[in-house]
Design a protein around this ligand. Structure first.
Ligand code: SF4
Ligand code: SF4
Length: 395
């Protein structure tokens, strides 16, 4: 099947969907890694079944239910498990865009309204403010939403500069987090320049508002300065989306921009940190968000940072299992999201950690809603180590 001409703004080269699909050898290894398959036991709710569906709809031109494509969390655990190197995320992203018009008008309006609500600064500010004030009455709903703290942003004083994305929803829930990251970067000899506050494009993209996502991505490219040696974010989901700009945009700046996207942890040298005092050292369960890259520049680096602070990492079951947050997924499919969150919480707390630590506000909030102990961002722990009197977090 040859693909139709791309609409304005689409990349010049669209994926050849039949070629991408043909690489699948139907072994089913991916199903074992898939959270929705694990929950349902239904072949159609796993990656292999979804690939069949995409083929039926886009290659064979047949009618098929779209629900399983929508239920996918886009966690990409299946890509890691696949021996044939199937680019599942790319295939599903393309299929969702191509089939959006076939969804029911109710589903399309629900996504549109949800995006409008989450995009409204005034509304998000009022809701988070209300939840902050009623924390005692609404502990679950207000989980992960902390008191507003007016932390200073360090002056630009280093030659090495990094663009730090200040996203859309996170600044309302955790207004302190990016400032803490800027302080930590300053300690490591890097000046952070705010990018935004504005959305990277991921939020509308995940809610089928693809053109709005592209528009926001182009705005971030407009703000970007090529002399920044990196672009980063305290939300791994935003970082992962910015790294996808070349696939989503027909813009010459997308590739050089994406090449600079670096996980926040990779900018921190654990050698510059020292252990906190023994009474502050904890047993920690680390939840690696699906959007945090594996390996020494991502998951391993966060763990190295926590170890450098003197904490102990406890083992967790099924470390690659998605927690069910997945951007706006938890709002669209709360039943799946809650079931996955409960499973993940059990897996994380089996070895009795004092705290659960993660790297993405969505995961943090989703896990904190069921928590009997603190759930925190690793940036909080580094910031406290550097700034709390009586600790020895400086290297
Ligand atoms: S693991 Fe890869 S090759 Fe095997 S069924 Fe899944 S997508 Fe296809
Ligand atoms: S992206 Fe995640 S939820 Fe979707 S099919 Fe792959 S493993 Fe399953």
């Amino acid at each position: 099947m040859s693909n139709p001409s791309p609409p304005p703004g689409m990349p010049r080269v669209l994926p050849r969907i039949d070629d991408l699909l043909r690489a699948c050898v139907h072994c089913g290894f991916c199903n074992a890694a898939c959270p929705t398959y694990q929950l349902s036991g239904d072949e159609r709710e796993g990656p292999r079944g979804r690939l069949y569906l995409v083929k039926e709809i886009l290659v064979d031109g047949r009618e098929a239910p779209l629900g399983p494509l929508e239920h996918c969390l886009m966690c990409r655990a299946c890509e890691t498990a696949c021996p044939a190197g199937i680019r599942y995320g790319e295939i599903l992203d393309y299929a969702r865009e191509q089939t959006n018009d076939r969804r029911s008008w109710r589903a399309r309006w629900a996504d549109r309204l949800l995006y409008r609500a989450l995009d409204s600064r005034a509304l998000v500010q009022s809701v988070t403010g209300f939840l902050r004030r009623t924390r005692r009455l609404t502990p679950r709903a207000s989980s992960g939403i902390e008191k507003s703290r007016n932390l200073p942003w360090p002056a630009v004083r280093h030659a090495r500069k990094v663009g730090l994305l200040r996203g859309c929803v996170q600044p309302h829930m955790r207004p302190d987090l990016d400032n803490k990251a800027a302080v930590i970067l300053d300690h490591c000899g890097v000046s952070a320049i705010p990018l935004g506050p504005a959305c990277c494009g991921a939020l509308p993209h995940h809610l089928h508002q693809v053109e709005t996502g592209r528009h926001l991505a182009r705005q971030r490219l407009d703000e970007w300065r090529p002399d920044w040696f990196a672009v980063t974010s305290t939300a791994t989901g935003c970082g992962a989306f910015m790294a996808e700009y070349p696939r989503l945009l027909d813009d010459d700046r997308a590739r050089p921009f994406a090449d600079k996207v670096t996980d926040m942890a990779a900018l921190i040298d654990p050698g510059r940190l020292s252990p906190v005092t023994p009474e502050r050292q904890m047993r920690i369960a680390f939840h690696a968000p699906c959007s945090l890259p594996a390996g020494p520049q991502g998951q391993e680096r966060v763990q190295a940072i926590l170890l450098a602070l003197g904490h102990t990492l406890v083992p967790t079951d099924a470390p690659a299992l998605c927690c069910g947050s997945a951007g706006p997924y938890a709002l669209r499919y709360p039943r799946w999201a809650q079931a996955l969150g409960n499973r993940k919480w059990q897996a994380l707390t089996r070895h009795a950690p004092h705290q659960v630590v993660t790297a993405n506000i969505g995961c943090l909030r989703h896990l904190a809603a069921r928590a009997d102990r603190p759930v925190r961002h690793w940036i909080d722990l580094v910031y406290e180590a550097l700034t709390t009197p009586g600790t020895d977090g400086h290297g």
